[in-house]
Write a protein that binds this ligand. Structure first.
Ligand code: 6GU
Length: 237
């Protein structure tokens, strides 16, 4: 597989991305399995005040991010990378809903560029411009039905979901196989238990200590179905 695993994040708050140095993502960077670079959008603003936003045409509350710094910043990271095709991810609550399926798609992209919008979002011509170019694919992505202050946290969510799918990042690749199997059936995971066998008067289910693998598999599937049904009742989906 021709995979570069290069990620560029463009934001007005580079410090927001410090979690990429910790835990799973931090280790993947340290091991050279991924290359993540964070760009400060303000450095690409050409006006005297380095401002990156302005009032919306048509009126309305809040500010809209100006196309100029975005265009310069995106072009700069694309030129530096030299890949033939860049995937531009525009984070917006109005985007396509992020999912495990989308994470599995994104892990195959050579160069992902995350555009973290703030305020009322980015001037829409940025999306339109890159959609019209043959060296870019553009996706507008949301991580769920709620409103965040900006795309930074959403980027962290997507980065973590994608990076753990890169071969060599997880210590035990079996955990990937098990969960992708259950995700295919759109079931959530069964509950897990470890030692001690008795904790605060609560015993681990007998079947898990039986050594009967068929019975264990059946119990786990049963539990996963029950959990899935309970969630569906709660959300009404
Ligand atoms: Cl990607 N951005 C913002 N601002 N809010 C969100 C979101 C993104 N996804 C869910 N809510």
């Amino acid at each position: 597989m021709s995979r570069n695993n290069r990620f560029d994040v463009i934001t007005i708050f580079p410090d927001y991305l410090t979690p990429i140095t910790i835990s799973l993502m931090g280790k993947a960077v340290q091991a050279g399995l991924v290359d993540i670079s964070v760009q400060d959008l303000r450095e690409y603003a050409t006006n005297i005040h380095r401002s990156v936003d302005d009032t919306p045409y048509g009126g309305g509350a809040g500010m809209v991010m100006s196309p100029q710094p975005w265009g310069e910043a995106i072009d700069a990271v694309a030129d530096r990378d030299g890949a033939p095709l860049h995937d531009l991810i525009v984070l917006t609550p109005a985007g396509e809903k992020f999912s495990q399926k989308l994470a599995e798609e994104l892990v195959n992209c050579e160069h992902l560029i995350f555009a973290c919008g703030r305020y009322e979002g980015i001037d829409h011509r940025v999306t339109e411009h890159y959609q019209s170019r043959s060296d870019f694919r553009v996706r507008e992505i949301s991580i769920g039905d709620y409103v965040l202050g900006g795309g930074e946290v959403a980027t962290l969510v997507i980065l973590e979901a994608v990076i753990r799918l890169i071969p060599g990042v997880l210590g035990n690749p079996d955990s990937l196989r098990e969960e992708s199997h259950s995700m295919d059936d759109s079931l959530v995971e069964y509950p897990n238990f470890t030692k001690p066998a008795l904790w605060r008067d609560l015993a681990v289910p007998e079947v898990l200590m039986s050594g009967n693998h068929a019975a264990i598999a059946k119990w786990r599937l049963d539990q996963a179905v029950k959990r899935t049904n309970r969630i569906q009742q709660q959300t009404g989906e």
